[in-house]
Design a protein around this ligand. Sequence first.
Ligand SMILES: Nc1ncnc2c1ncn2[C@@H]1O[C@H](COP(=O)(O)OP(=O)(O)OP(=O)(O)O)[C@@H](O)[C@H]1O
Ligand SMILES: [Mg+2]
Length: 218
Amino acid sequence: MIEIKDVEKSYTKGSVTTEVLRGISLSIHRGEYVAIMGSSGSGKSTLMNIIGCLDKPTKGKVELDGVDVQTLDDDALSAFRNKKIGFVFQQFFLLERTTATDNVLLPLIYADVYPEDAAARAGRALADVGLEDRKDYLANELSGGQQQRVAIARALINDPEVILADEPTGNLDSQSTEELLEIFKRLHQGGRTIILVTHDREVAAHAQRIMELKDGRI
Ligand SMILES: Nc1ncnc2c1ncn2[C@@H]1O[C@H](COP(=O)(O)OP(=O)(O)OP(=O)(O)O)[C@@H](O)[C@H]1O
Ligand SMILES: [Mg+2]
């Protein structure tokens, strides 16, 4: 599903160049559940952003579902990303004074055609994360754990094959972390590919495979 070859990433700011990724090759199979660990600043988010086509490598190749993403122009890349990948972040990035349903519908606004069954799809996505009874609540009327579940429902609205989650439990208590892991387990059993960045070994242990980033390498 994901094939990364000799990926390097460096950032230049002023006269300082930081080499963050120094030659990463990895493959992740369709339906696999992988955790990525590594100390703060080791490049986990950088790698996730490259896998998710939010950022481009300085060198190397990224293939998603058999497509070399470098061959796509910006529009094609956005469309491809929107269809294939659902993102979940540590910050939930919800619109606060907006209902759970409307937050979940946001990615559809960027789709070429706004689907007729949008509301029904939002309802199903919210039901998938156990929030059918909160669909009309504003985001700021929900607990942190519930807000993260809305963010997961939003990630699911386009029925993506891949879920990329960067520290999704970072702002959650242990109960909400359990609930989130339970949802990820179900998504995985449903055939989705999941890549989860975490600092927490117990969280990482839910994945089938753990990769560790160190000194810019896996
Ligand atoms: N846009 C950018 N411009 C310059 N440097 C950057 C940029 N993004 C990240 N970096 C640098 O790249 C390194 C890796 O950052 P990254 O966010 O990938 O780390 P991380 O492993 O996700 O850390 P954390 O666990 O704290 O989230 C850091 O030293 C950071 O300062
Ligand atoms: Mg990070």
